[in-house]
Design a protein around this ligand. Structure first.
Ligand code: NIG
Ligand code: FE
Length: 383
């Protein structure tokens, strides 16, 4: 038997579980990797260890459903130029491809390790990680193999852009053929950048359907640079998530409302590319399921800070703090079609963030301030 741990003295427990809601003066009991009891502190059952958190607020570990962490090189000069007025374009991805191909496994593994440690310090206990900076069979396969060492939520993004000096038809054939065959064993998801400068609707559909036929779940980069076909394509193939959604048509919103596809908003990208923020308020009021993720990547937004994403979603996108926390936890889990994370309830993974604050509102009220007092991942205190 593993020793049980009771987390007591929780001033406010925001479970994100519809049946439990928010509980004041709460406690949570952990056995091994799982939550075995949730309720008021006064009636907490006996446990082997007791950790009193002194009235602090607790939320589920954040679920980051969109990140690009396998890469090498630096694009700070591109960011600097952008801040001086140069627009963001998909083509910058090729700079990272060159550096990634040239890097050894140990360099890529070290970069990924550093970023996943950053995520943990930001309270992220589950994250997704994409390939997409290899863009040939060997480098895409390698990227996913390394990503798999760090997370189960790996995504094949061979269709990120067409690599330089490559015929686009031949490249799509490669992605849906030998590249998919090499990558599928290391991947749970297939993704495509459906955007001007990247892949059009029919190319994107071919990539997604091939991935689905190989047993992968679908997700789509859609509506980042302008209104396009990506969102409706995501809904058409029952993708778990359409990501970015910076630009949406009325038809896109309607399609999302009548689907099981989550709209994953990535405000750190709007921040870092100086783009307009999507109107999360409008989407939520329309009935769209909205998640928040970091999209940590070297080009459009190099941040692992889910708390800053929450603050931006509240300040710039019209979400309430409660909605933003839900989007970064329970709905992030939905965007990965995971039932075991993103909420605090009996039987789920013991992934918890103890905030050095009396309420989760402080995540938006105190932007940029590290509020992670403790982070628990699968029952272990990791921060
Ligand atoms: O999510 N949109 C495509 N991919 C990344 C950006 C990649 C890059 O610029 O390196 C994104 O924004
Ligand atoms: Fe992305």
């Amino acid at each position: 038997m593993t020793p049980t741990t009771a987390l007591t003295g929780i001033g406010l427990l925001a479970t994100q579980d519809p049946a439990l809601g928010e509980i004041s003066d709460a406690a949570v009991v952990i056995d091994g990797a799982s939550i075995v009891w949730v309720g008021p502190s006064a009636s907490v059952p006996a446990a082997d260890e007791r950790v009193d958190v002194g009235g602090r607020a607790v939320v589920p570990g954040f679920v980051d459903s969109h990140a690009h962490l396998v890469f090498a090189g630096d694009r700070s000069a591109e960011f600097e130029a952008r801040m001086a007025g140069k627009p963001y374009a998909a083509g910058g991805i090729r700079t990272t491809v060159e550096a990634t191909r040239a890097a050894s496994d140990s360099v890529l593994r070290a970069n990924l390790g550093r970023l996943s440690a950053e995520l943990l310090r930001a309270g992220v206990t589950t994250f997704e990680c994409k390939s997409g900076y290899g863009l040939d069979v060997a480098n895409e396969e390698r990227s996913l193999r390394l990503a798999r060492e760090a997370t189960a939520e790996t995504t094949f993004l061979g269709a990120h852009v067409v690599p330089p000096d490559t015929d686009r038809c031949a490249y799509v054939d490669l992605v849906v053929g030998p590249m998919l065959t090499a990558c599928a064993p290391h991947a749970r998801w297939v993704d495509v950048f459906c955007e001007r400068g990247a892949f059009d609707a029919s190319e994107s559909r071919a990539v997604l359907l091939a991935g689905i036929a190989a047993g992968l779940g679908a997700r789509v980069h859609a509506g980042q640079l302008g209104v396009g076909p990506g969102v409706q394509l995501a809904v058409e193939v029952d993708a778990a998530s359409a990501d970015h959604c910076t630009y949406l048509s009325a038809g896109d919103v309607d399609a999302l409302v009548h689907s099981d596809t989550v709209a994953t908003l990535l405000p750190l990208v709007e921040f870092s590319t100086r783009s307009p923020y999507p109107d999360a308020r409008f989407l939520l009021d329309a009935g769209v399921q909205v998640a928040l993720a970091t999209d940590c990547n070297p080009g459009s937004g190099f941040s692992t800070s889910m708390p800053l994403a929450i603050a931006l979603a509240v300040r710039e996108m019209g979400m309430t703090p409660a909605e933003a926390v839900r989007a970064a936890t329970a709905t992030g889990a939905k965007a990965l079609r995971r039932e075991d994370v993103g909420r605090i309830a009996v039987g789920l993974s013991a992934d918890l963030v103890v905030l050095d604050a009396p309420s989760y509102v402080h995540l938006a009220y105190r932007p940029g301030v590290p509020l992670m007092y403790q982070v628990w991942q699968r029952g272990q205190r990791v921060i």
